[in-house]
Design a protein around this ligand. Structure first.
Ligand SMILES: [Zn+2]
Length: 350
């Protein structure tokens, strides 16, 4: 399936800091509305969309729609904006970034820090900390206070571009998975599903899998798939055992991450489906970090048989996250086929 670049571009560029996902939620609802049987928004704000199946079992697929961001905590006497993070930022990647403050109006700003010329030799050597940064909007304190206030969210600014066989931009974590799930729903139009499919676009993942937990407890799924990005550290200087995944080598079937051991039956099932349909895949063994997979696995009544499909991504949580179109395409294919064939596997413990 060819990648719809315009759709992907819009999906990544819409802001949505954790807890403030209204704009991206509306965009997703508009796109999926006619592709599902029912849509609900749960109290925390996650989208729960249902495609009815023929048998009385439930499968939950979750892709988080929030992105890492910040929240304004202070405007100083010179009009510089101070903030705290919403999600796990690598401070060094903030240097020279453009950001948008979502106040009464959107206000553009830049992440300012001390120029190198006036740094002491020891300052030059150490990597910057979050507190070293401030946001400069070029607007006076008086004018700025008319537009923004403490509690307003801040997101990164960046347009999605095509670069070689890849896509590059901000928030591919996790909008690439939002795109994969939206396109999977499109793929499944007109198909008869074995089990009820709950497509969840969850909130607040970047601050601790919060939305997927409540969604899983509401849905109470029998089966689950997490959909998220994973590390591709296939870069100069990296050793084989550090790479986790490689770009362009196919969709990643999660074996383990910092918060979930994928169900061994689900791992086997996904591998079988991939092999059967000639879908390129690689194994994901991630030493740290977690995704909604853990929430889906644990938060339904009594837990569920859960695994995950991950999209290999370079430069995670930086502003130039990068994915390969081959991996995106293979992820859509694998998820589509897995949903359609869930009833054709022996799920008893063996
Ligand atoms: Zn993510």
């Amino acid at each position: 399936m060819a990648i719809d670049f315009e759709l992907l571009k819009r999906t990544t560029e819409i802001p949505g800091a954790p807890g403030y996902e209204a704009k991206i939620r509306k965009f997703i609802l508009d796109y999926i509305g006619d592709k599902v049987d029912e849509v609900k928004i749960d109290p925390m704000g996650s989208i729960i969309a249902l495609r009815k199946g023929t048998e009385n079992k439930k499968v939950m697929v979750a892709a988080h729609m929030d992105e890492i961001g910040f929240i304004v905590n202070h405007i100083d006497s010179d009009g510089f904006v101070r903030f705290q993070p919403l999600g796990g930022f690598d401070p060094k990647t903030l240097t020279s970034q453009r950001v948008m403050i979502h106040g009464r109006e959107d206000v553009l700003g830049v992440m300012g820090s001390k120029p190198i010329h006036i740094m002491k030799p020891e300052e030059r050597k150490k990597s910057p900390e979050l507190q070293d940064y401030f946001i400069d909007t070029g607007i006076s304190k008086e004018e700025l206070e008319e537009l923004i206030k403490p509690g307003d969210t801040i997101t990164r600014v960046g347009d999605l571009i095509r670069i070689g066989q890849c896509f590059n931009g901000k928030s591919l974590d996790n909008r690439i998975s939002v795109y994969v799930l939206m396109e999977t729903l499109k793929n499944l139009e007109g198909e008869s599903l074995p089990y009820d499919l709950y497509a969840v676009f969850s909130v607040q993942e970047e601050v601790g899998l919060r939305g997927a937990r409540t969604a899983a407890s509401r849905i109470n799924p029998d089966f689950g798939f997490g959909l998220d990005t994973t590390i591709a550290y296939d870069l100069p200087g990296a050793q084989g055992h550090e790479m986790v995944t490689k770009l362009g080598k196919g969709t990643a079937i999660k074996i383990i991450d910092g918060t979930a051991i994928a169900d061994y039956r689900m791992v086997e099932f996904l591998k079988e489906v991939a092999e059967k349909h000639n879908i390129k895949w690689q194994a994901e063994i991630l030493p740290a970090g977690g995704t909604d997979t853990a929430a889906i696995q644990q938060y339904g009544r009594g837990g569920s048989i859960t695994g995950a499909i991950s999209i290999p991504t370079r430069y995670l949580h930086q502003t130039i996250e990068m994915v390969n179109e081959v991996d995106v395409d293979n992820s859509i294919e694998l998820l589509t086929k897995a949903i359609l064939q869930l009833d054709q596997f022996d799920w008893t413990h063996h």
